[in-house]
Design a binder for this molecule. Structure first.
Ligand code: HEC
Length: 359
């Protein structure tokens, strides 16, 4: 199943719901969120905020009466999670909750793995609040193939804990839900596997909802879910982890690409005892520009799916070693590939120097 990026199409999506937000958090274009190439138009288009037509109090701590975005608006469709539990969308999943919702399909080879890995980072930052006061739902748009068993296997592949539900159900119901959440495009709906990459986050009780990009900086997403949508009332259980957020500074093109596309799965020379190393889903890329041929690396970044399909021996061995998780095809162009390899080379040297000076 082939999935095509449609950034241009996505950038002009009208939202089915008015989006609310406050000024301070709109850091989509900031340096640390790593303004992302292909996703740039996408992320920014959605950072445009709209306000509810009715007057309401948007100050932190205010309770917003929410007659409009209640049960009448959100369909209460039946869904089944990866453990076979039957749940109704409105009553069981979103009512009175702070939630993050995205749509995926498990056989998707290019963008969903990145989305899943990115959201996984957000769940790791939020720690034990996931499933307690912040809820994550990934809903399949390919319910025929994504049975609860398939979803279960997928969560195991990514090492996803119990607080994040992967859901399947009736196809028509899910289409209706996507429409209501404003995450459905008529013109690309013909192919059921074609979907846009948006994430919607919100607080059902206050009626505060916002579209976001899963390529957003994970620390920003965690802050939005953990603090802002809770009207800043709850302190984070894992304060320290916010300190891991990258410092604001100028970044090279390669570093920006690495942070937005690669860092949710890969590290470069992470300390084996660190949280970053524990989070890692894919090989540490320290020294990779030295241990692999340049041509192999260039092709791998251009078309990893093709190399896996051709059973390239190095790729096949890595696949087995990393839980059969496949590296996504990012449709990178030659300039992006050069920038990334340059960054991997420089950052690798910098980390090696750092390690050497410690010993
Ligand atoms: C969804 C997780 C994921 C993302 C995101 C990802 N990769 Fe990978 N990458 C993998 C996995 C898993 C492997 C091991 C091969 C396999 O299983 O497909 C891998 C392998 C590699 C390798 C070969 C490592 C070696 O030891 O030879 C390189 C180089 C690489 N990735 C670079 C990148 C770059 C650069 C990016 C960003 C543009 C990126 N990856 C994004 C999962 C990911």
């Amino acid at each position: 199943m082939e999935f095509t990026h449609r950034f241009a199409a996505r950038a002009v999506i009208g939202l089915a719901m008015p989006l609310l937000s406050i000024g301070g958090l709109h850091a989509h274009g900031d340096e640390t969120s790593g303004a992302n190439a292909g996703h740039e138009a996408h992320g920014r288009a959605h950072s445009v905020t709209a306000h509810m037509p009715s007057a309401h109090d948007d100050r932190p701590g205010a309770t917003v009466p929410n007659a409009r975005w209640g049960k009448d608006y959100f369909p209460n469709i039946p869904l089944i999670d990866q453990d076979g539990r039957k749940l109704n969308f409105f009553d069981d999943l979103i009512k009175d909750k702070v939630v993050a919702i995205n749509f995926i399909f498990t056989s998707c080879s290019d963008s969903c793995p990145l989305e899943t890995a990115r959201l996984r980072e957000v769940t790791r930052i939020l720690g034990d609040r996931v499933g307690r006061d912040v809820f994550f739902y990934s809903i399949s748009i390919d319910p025929k193939n994504d049975t609860p068993e398939v979803l279960k296997a997928y969560t195991e592949q990514y090492g996803i804990g119990s607080g994040w539900l992967f859901l399947t159900g009736n196809e028509d119901d899910i289409v209706l839900l996507r429409r209501r959440l404003g995450l459905y495009l008529e013109d690309i709906a013909k192919d059921s596997t074609d979907h846009n990459l948006n994430l919607i986050i919100g607080n059902q009780r206050t009626g505060r909802w916002q579209k976001s990009s899963p390529f957003e900086n994970p620390y920003i997403l965690a802050t939005q879910l953990g603090s802002w949508l809770h009207n800043w009332k709850l302190a984070s259980a894992k304060k320290n982890s916010y300190d891991e957020a990258p410092k604001l500074r100028k970044m090279s093109r390669g570093e920006q690409l690495f942070r937005t596309r690669c860092s949710s799965c890969h590290n470069i020379g992470a300390d084996p005892d660190s949280m970053a190393a524990m989070r890692q889903l894919a090989p540490d890329l320290l020294g990779v520009t030295k241990r692999r041929e340049r041509a192999w690396l260039e092709r791998w970044l251009r078309e990893p799916d093709q190399m896996l399909a051709e059973k390239d021996p190095i790729a096949t061995a890595l696949l087995a070693e990393y839980n059969n998780l496949t590296m996504p095809n990012f449709r990178l162009g030659p300039v992006e590939i050069q920038a990334l390899l340059e960054y991997l080379d420089e950052e690798g040297d910098r980390m090696l120097d750092k390690h050497a000076s410690k010993n």
